[in-house]
Design a protein around this ligand. Structure first.
Ligand code: HEC
Length: 486
């Protein structure tokens, strides 16, 4: 009897996975702002109506603001009276037309009904107290009592600015960390991954608030202005990367998809769904034709960007051949070889350029792979693998090549301790960075290759000499009193 129950329950699982957007679910008897209305606003509205980007001078990221009129002066929500509420006017579909979400698909009939019923039932606020205190904006920046866990670092291509992930914000420091120049405060509680555009004019950040929403932020660096806040899925996003021509920003999702957006508009332009677990890292081929992604499912997969098609597994797909989930991937910036030997089965396609990928994860072993296979796949092979390097203690969550592509750095964490290693691509490990004060999660080279910058759990940013491993200086990833908090 028990067994039958389990089997019968399985086919229904996807229905629950649809959550509040499930078209077939009835509108709840009593509509909750937090459980029913908030997720709709997070997914379809807050990208354009948040403190850092208030279109129509209207903010709906917290209950208080949602009730305040925008530039029209019309009352958006009149408790008990949906017909008098301007917000309802804006989202209503009439003759196939709707105002909000602007230039996007209209809300579904069910989503509309949920919001309408909530207003009818008195538009009550049931926001948990913990979420209320999170009303953070550029004018009310986060206050730190200790440095945050640092999950990502990025240098602009000129080597002038160092971006550090903070709590609810990105901190832009001078290259040496001596002074904090700008605080880019956004919606996402956690910033998981940062990357400057190839020309350095824009900064992409992905993250979110766990279990509530995922977000891609695109900032204009010179103006410190948020250009795009794109809501994607209901969970945190990972592993951001730019197409070499700046036309796409790709990232990984906890719904096992790899996605890409147009960084100018926030519109989704790529989605690939053959991974079986979260995707934690992405990188484009040097010509931008392919996107490589690494996942907790232990595989590296290739997507053809133009067609959004899954092309190949870079790694072995034989069960048991790979050990542990993958967390980091980087494309080698320079290689001696240029063109790819085309295997028989891809005859007729234009020649590919030759690329190498560095991959690492839970087993702590950095591995170098050819991006494209040159021989036909044989069961059990790992034919694309070029080299395996000395293992790090614990899990390796980030790898980074230097600009010349001859050295790379990798960071790891185990039992409350961290390591930062430097490797020579054609040899093996060449340096151990000293005085790393905690688990290390992220690393980046100063573009001139003279300094390696890393950070992690304790929020201390370490600047090392990559040749000797000597610790040059440190700074804390948080605002000091010198920065005026408006
Ligand atoms: C792509 C950006 C975008 C999205 C997404 C979006 N809006 Fe707007 N919204 C705007 C802009 C721009 C305006 C200013 C008026 C205009 O240009 O139509 C506006 C104006 C409004 C106003 C009027 C404010 C006032 O009093 O002047 C309301 C209410 C509103 N939006 C609600 C919503 C809701 C609810 C959603 C989600 C269902 C949503 N918007 C999604 C861009 C957006």
């Amino acid at each position: 009897m028990r067994r039958i129950t389990v089997l019968m329950a399985l086919p229904f699982a996807p229905v629950f996975a649809l959550g509040n957007d499930g078209k077939n679910e009835p509108v709840p008897e009593t509509v909750s702002f937090t459980k029913d209305v908030r997720p709709i606003l997070n997914q379809h509205c807050q990208g354009c109506h948040q403190p850092a980007k208030a279109q129509g001078a209207y903010v709906l990221t917290d209950y208080g603001s949602l009730l305040k009129p925008g530039e029209t002066g019309k009352t958006p929500v009149v408790p008990g009276k949906p017909a008098d509420s301007y917000l309802i006017e804006e989202i209503r579909v009439r003759d196939g037309q709707h105002e909000m979400p602007k230039n996007r698909d209209a809300l579904t009939t069910r989503q509309f009904a949920v919001i309408e019923k909530w207003i009818k039932q008195g538009a009550k606020d049931d926001t948990p107290a913990a979420a209320k205190t999170l009303a953070i904006s550029q004018d009310k920046p986060p206050v730190y009592s200790a440095p945050p866990v640092v999950t990502s670092l990025a240098f602009d291509p000129a080597g002038k600015r160092l971006a550090v992930s903070g709590y609810h914000e990105i901190l832009l420091f001078t290259a040496d960390g001596a002074s904090l120049q700008t605080r880019l405060v956004g919606l996402s509680e956690r910033i998981q991954s940062l990357a400057f555009s190839p020309d350095g004019s824009r900064l992409a950040a992905v993250g979110g608030s766990p279990g509530r929403f995922g977000e891609v932020q695109i900032w204009d660096v010179a103006k410190s202005k948020l250009i795009v806040s794109a809501p994607v899925t209901a969970d945190t996003l990972y592993g951001v990367s730019w197409a070499p021509d700046g036309s796409m920003v790709a990232f990984g999702c906890a719904d096992n998809t790899v996605r890409g957006i147009d960084p100018a508009t926030g519109k989704q332009t790529l989605q690939m769904g053959t991974h079986a677990d979260w995707i934690l890292g992405t990188t484009f081929s040097r010509d931008g034709r392919y996107l490589a992604s690494v996942s907790r499912d232990m595989t590296v997969k290739l997507t053809e960007v133009a067609t959004q098609r899954f092309i190949d597994n870079v790694t072995s797909i034989t069960p048991g051949a790979l050990k542990g989930g993958l967390m980091a991937v980087a494309v080698r910036p320079k290689t001696a070889r240029w063109f790819q030997k085309v295997p028989e089965d891809t005859k007729g396609l234009p020649p590919k350029i030759y690329d190498e990928l560095l991959v690492a994860g839970a087993d702590g072993i950095p591995r170098l792979y050819k991006m494209h296979r040159e021989t036909k796949r044989v069961i059990g092979d790992d034919a694309n693998r070029i080299k395996e390097y000395a293992a790090m203690p614990g899990r390796t969550s980030a790898v980074a090549f230097d600009a010349a592509g001859q050295r790379f750095a990798a960071v790891s964490s185990l039992d409350g301790k961290g390591e930062v290693f430097v490797y020579d691509v054609s040899k093996d490990k060449v340096a151990t960075c000293k005085d790393v004060s905690g688990p290390a999660y992220t690393t980046v080279w100063q573009p001139d290759g003279k300094v390696l910058v890393s950070a992690g759990f304790d929020g201390v940013v370490w600047r090392h000499d990559p040749v000797t491993g000597k610790l040059l200086s440190t700074f804390k990833a948080m605002p000091t009193t010198k920065v005026a908090a408006k």
